[in-house]
Design a protein around this ligand. Sequence first.
Ligand SMILES: [Zn+2]
Ligand SMILES: [Zn+2]
Ligand SMILES: [Zn+2]
Ligand SMILES: [Zn+2]
Ligand SMILES: [Zn+2]
Ligand SMILES: [Zn+2]
Ligand SMILES: [Zn+2]
Ligand SMILES: [Zn+2]
Length: 323
Amino acid sequence: MKKLKLLSTVFALAMITAPIQETASSNNADILDCSYENYSQSVNYIYTCNHDHYTDLSTKQELTMHNHNSYMDDVLFIYDLIVGDDNLLTMNNDHTHTPSMSWSSNSSSHWKICTVMGCSAQSSVGAHSYGTSTVCTTCGYTHTHTYSSSWSSNSSSHWKACTVAGCTATSSTGSHIYGTGTNCTTCNYSHTHSYGAWSYHSITQHKRSCTVSGCSSVEYANHVSSSVWSINSTHHWKACTASGCSHQFSYGTHTYGNSTACSSGCGQVHVHSYGSTWSNNEQQHWKMCVVSGCSNISNVENHTWAPFMNLRRCSICGFVSTI
Ligand SMILES: [Zn+2]
Ligand SMILES: [Zn+2]
Ligand SMILES: [Zn+2]
Ligand SMILES: [Zn+2]
Ligand SMILES: [Zn+2]
Ligand SMILES: [Zn+2]
Ligand SMILES: [Zn+2]
Ligand SMILES: [Zn+2]
């Protein structure tokens, strides 16, 4: 059996490698269990390994058998064994990390290195964050925007995003343009036409437009007559059933004949109103209904004659007869 030396080969698998002090001490044979008795789990993680390791150099059987693992602060130390002399080593890792002022970085992340000699512990490890700039807002690392070949989009616009992690820069930003179709002619974003209210277009048709920004699709359709009349005091019509279309079917004035109700059947009725004006002919006088569209007459009577100069005049209507 030969003694192995516990060397200071320290692998920092996660973030931190603390400096190693190697102290030769006296032989202390036959301590084969690697107890953690001298392992103080303080925040400064003092690590002391005080024991010997033996192995058969011909087989090197224990060469990789002796690992002390500490997961303090996510730090993993592996103390490896390699063949050495008979000295026993003491390893002490005892300092407070002092991060550098400046940042270290690679293409994806940044960190600070412990400035204590021999320690390469990393702290403040993080991914670059650029915002929309090329410069990391934390460490100053610069990248060149590399825009995606494919489009990104939301409901109103499209753009090409920088593909570098942590960068939100965009280029080629624009609003969707649909023409009369449903898909953006630039990015192929698809929308469903959303038509607004109808409006009058021509004597035969009404129209409505897609309200989505960038879309110029227009729909046309023939007017459709309501089955019921609309009326005001002078006119009747049948509205187009398309809400918002101003087209009017059968628009016209009320016509009553001699009746009080409009002959169209629109439902408009009036009360005959004869006023003070007489109509007349040689024999009779009468009054006509003054309501437009009504031809009803009333008070049809023979004239009541009275002498008037050398002629005669109706004392009711004022008609002067020349006969
Ligand atoms: Zn950075
Ligand atoms: Zn970028
Ligand atoms: Zn688009
Ligand atoms: Zn549309
Ligand atoms: Zn219409
Ligand atoms: Zn009418
Ligand atoms: Zn009338
Ligand atoms: Zn008269």
